[in-house]
Design a protein around this ligand. Structure first.
Ligand code: FE2
Ligand code: FE2
Length: 274
């Protein structure tokens, strides 16, 4: 059995270190679970999309994880897919990410029988050259006899595959359809996403299981969120893999402080569009 820990949405930084205490507890808890590998599923930094110092802080902080680590960016790390955002994903932000954390997408065959594929959700539907590179990478990465798990920061949808565009919340419809077609060809067991700060598992015949993993940092109140699935819990997620099986467990971290982002009245992040 090989154990993977997934840590999502730590949101740690220098100028606004509100969530660093929860990160420290999540790291200690993860180390105690002794995973063979830890995946960080984006929004690692508080504001790495704008602040070099937050990237440097987070790059140092992840050294406290005792297992090898694979890292993916989220919107707060490299920017938003929407081109009219105040902080769009762009060449400068992606270059900063790569300087501190390496490539924004990857694959790993480290677990016997499995291929892990990590994608940068924040380049999807942007038209950036990085997006085209990643599509080519994904098509090749899926050509394998191994069973596949896919990881990316933003969820594929909130309620249904065919829902309308939800800017800022999900992979955008054109990229969603392309991902659905690629990932539905068979071989992909599950797709893990973060960003919602909620836990949810969607099982459907003939489709990959979709898993929203909980954040370690903060929760959000229903009133500021669009309609969606999921349970408001914080913690990490454990994946136990054998060559023929996968078990998934949400794993609350004892002692995490419960924060609701709305209680900061916009002093940490502006309220998102519902
Ligand atoms: Fe987040
Ligand atoms: Fe996010």
């Amino acid at each position: 059995m090989t154990r993977i820990a997934v840590i999502a949405d730590p949101h740690i930084g220098v100028e606004k270190p509100t969530f660093v205490g929860n990160w420290t507890k999540a790291v200690a808890h993860t180390n105690a679970r002794a995973p063979a590998l830890t995946i960080i599923l984006g929004d690692l930094t508080f504001d790495g999309a704008n602040a070099e110092a937050d990237c440097a802080f987070a790059a140092e902080a992840i050294r406290a994880l005792e297992s090898p680590c694979l890292i993916l960016p989220g919107n707060h790390d490299v920017g938003d897919t929407e081109r009219d955002s105040e902080q769009p994903t762009d060449a400068e932000r992606l270059a900063r990410w790569r300087r501190h954390f390496g490539e924004d997408h990857w694959l790993s065959d480290a677990v016997p029988g499995w291929r892990l594929i990590g994608l940068d959700s924040q380049s999807l539907a942007t038209g950036l050259p990085d997006e085209a590179t990643q599509w080519t990478f994904l098509e090749r990465a899926l050509e394998t006899d191994r069973r596949v798990l896919v990881f990316l920061h933003q969820p594929l949808f909130l309620e249904a595959w065919d829902e309308a565009d939800r800017p800022g919340w999900t992979v955008r419809p054109a990229a969603r359809a392309r991902l659905r077609a690629l990932l539905g060809r068979g071989g992909v067991d599950a797709v893990f996403t973060a960003h919602m700060h909620r836990a949810w598992t969607r099982l459907a015949d003939g489709e990959p299981t979709l898993v929203w993993v909980p954040a370690t940092s903060f929760l959000t109140r229903d009133a500021s969120m669009p309609p969606q699935q999921g349970t408001a819990i914080t913690g990490i997620t454990l994946l136990d893999l054998t060559p023929s099986g996968l078990s998934i467990a949400f794993d609350p971290v004892p002692g995490l402080e419960t924060f609701y982002i709305e209680d900061f009245n916009g002093t940490l992040y502006p309220a998102p569009a519902r």
